[in-house]
Design a protein around this ligand. Sequence first.
Ligand code: NDP
Length: 475
Amino acid sequence: MAAHQEKKHAEERKHQNMQNGTKASQGQWGRAWEVDWFSLASILFLLTFAPLIVYYFIMSCAQYQCSLSEPLLDLLTGSKHLADIWNRTPTLTYRAAGIYALWVTFQVVLYMCIPDFCHKFLPGYVGGVQEGAVTPAGVVNKYEINGLQAWIITHVLWFANASYLHLFSPTIIFDNWIPLLWCANILGYAVSTFAMIKGYFFPTNAKDCKFTGNFFYDYMMGIEFNPRIGKWFDFKLFFNGRPGIVAWTLINLSFAAKQRELYGEVTNSMILVNVLQGIYVLDFFWNEAWYLKTIDICHDHFGWYLGWGDCVWLPYLYTLQGLYLVYHPVQLCTAHATGVLLLGLLGYYIFRATNQQKDLFRRTNGSCRVWGKRPQHIECSYTSVDGTRHYSKLLTSGFWGWARHFNYTGDLLGSLAYCLACGFGHLLPYFYIIYMSILLTHRCLRDEHRCSSKYGQDWKRYTAAVPYRLLPGLF
Ligand code: NDP
């Protein structure tokens, strides 16, 4: 079986590396082949606690008005037992299962059955069939980019229902939030387990599979690089973008509708969260073709981290600000609201401009202008598994000359703005900036480790030319 052969090859490569005394040779880039104790401990921690963390946050809002400390205090002082909290938690319902099944099926239909038409009439939008980056096995996958269209159709239907059809209440998501959490978990675990089995028995491309020999690591970080069903159903593209990110803006709209139902108005903080996160989501779909070149698609294998993360972590924890504002309808003073808006827009500008500079530079192979000048860069090379030598360039002009991940810095500023929109009453809405800081700092290190094994000495020349990661002069 192809996957078993590849597993054998992986073990031989590991053995060879150990004999050569090298950890990873240049060209063998991608996910780690060997699992160190720290990675394993982090993975076991996440597999065990991530579902509990999500539950804890959502339960804190439902039962404790979004206080993170009160449930713990209740448990520690003995005034409540775990069973008391659990017994008050809504269970899985047929209604939630129906809503969720319909939702995911609808997104599958939009993804698989309606080829992109947006690129035919939206100037500057890149959609339709696009190519991804070269995989470590030297494969270039094709993708049907139709996320913007799926987002537009879904939202037009949402507004049509809210304004005219009235088939369901716009508060439907909030009203079924915890039962839907169980459905999202079922899908998250099902898809991750299926991806693991598929990696062993019927991988899409055996040469793009990685086996570390550690079950938990392989389950979490994935075996297959680009698992697909048929020619077009790409797990990474589908689960990363839809159902989670299309849902993000709908979830926020549902929270806004609930606020209006409860208090008769939608606060300016809720509008800010809806608008700023809406820009971020819309940007994601407008740039879906660019997204094919990001780490999630170019480097990460598809396992629980992406499968469960996209189904549960993203829709439930990225929307905590809106949920919080249902329980605490904060009305900001004009100065505070303006500050949040400006910070959010500045963060978004840096995030987009930095990503745009790299994308333009890579697409034109350096024949472009960055900040009005011809961009400077470092020439580099790497070798794919089949032994082919590839050439690439690392940009050192524009924001990429300021820091090696200034796009993350912009993302962090925008994330901070969402949190600040919620005022200073509770810690819960600040989870997002804390999480994003950890995620993106870890991502810097992960990405640099990969790039270093991919580009070798060329990467060293690049880090010497651009010495800082996130904040020029500091880190
Ligand atoms: P990048 O878009 O920064 O991609 C990193 C890759 O770009 C590297 O692996 C390397 O790939 C290439 N690269 C690195 N430096 C240079 C350079 N100087 N010139 C040209 N190419 C370079 O990172 P991500 O994919 O992680 O993130 C994309 C965006 O998505 C970011 O803005 C991030 O903030 C956002 N994001 C948001 C998340 C969220 O949950 N909200 C989660 C993760 C990301 P190569 O092998 O091609 O050389």
